[in-house]
Design a protein around this ligand. Structure first.
Ligand code: GRF
Length: 216
């Protein structure tokens, strides 16, 4: 099976991009990042891509009359690089329905909550305000409604009673860096199949045990 050509969309520091870059070096992932696109010229992730020898481009929203024009340029650059799968990794722009439809089942996102809980921004502060005892992240296919779509994989972490949004974000981020590469590998090796709006994983064992917080 040929390695899947991946385009990653970022807006910021790119720590998930870094995790995907490292995963891509493992032939078992069966994926190669061929392009990193950012809507911000100062996104830290651009330097990570360059250091890894991956082509980058910046698309400035202000250079386009409207969102459709911006998304058309995104689409054009992804296609001309031969991208087969788009990974959103901290991309902080709402995409048009047309762009999302064009990449239907070929675009995935990582979100820092256990969806469908805490869609949108400020997930960690909201989870702490609710007093939840487990938090986590979700990798999912992208659908027009924000932070929805078939769930490929989730990772859970405990919430500590003295957590702040920052400390919880840091714990969830370590989970993200394991979850996104694994999700990419599952997709790129053909282990994810869609049954309607549910993602079904072939040949994967369900992990044993229960994550409970407090543990006893
Ligand atoms: C991550 O928390 C991701 O889940 C969210 O945006 C953040 C991006 O961080 N969508 P980074 O740029 O990958 O470090």
């Amino acid at each position: 099976m040929a390695a899947l050509k991946v385009g990653v969309l970022i807006s910021g520091r790119g720590s998930n991009l870094q995790a995907l870059i490292e995963a891509g070096r493992d032939p078992a992932t069966n994926a190669r990042i061929v392009l990193v696109l950012s809507n911000k010229a100062d996104a830290g992730g651009l330097a990570r891509a360059t250091a890894a020898g991956i082509p980058t481009a910046v698309i400035d929203r202000k250079a386009y009359a409207d969102r459709a024009g911006f998304d058309a340029e995104l689409d054009r650059q992804l296609r001309s690089a031969g991208v087969e799968l788009v990974c959103l990794a901290g991309f902080m722009r709402i995409l048009t329905d047309g762009f999302i439809a064009a990449w239907h089942n070929r675009m995935i996102n990582i979100h820092p909550s256990l969806l469908p809980a805490y869609r949108g921004l400020d997930t960690h502060a909201r989870a702490l305000a609710d007093g939840v005892k487990l938090a986590g992240c979700t990798v999912h296919y992208v659908r027009p409604e924000l932070d929805t779509g078939p769930i490929i994989l989730q990772a859970a972490v405990p919430v500590a009673s003295d957590d702040t949004p920052d400390s919880l974000a840091a714990r969830v981020l370590t989970a993200e860096h394991r979850a996104y590469p694994l999700a990419l590998r599952l997709v790129a090796t053909g282990r994810v199949r869609l049954d309607g709006e549910k993602a079904i994983l072939d040949g994967r064992d369900v992990p044993a045990g229960i994550m409970m917080n407090p543990a006893d």
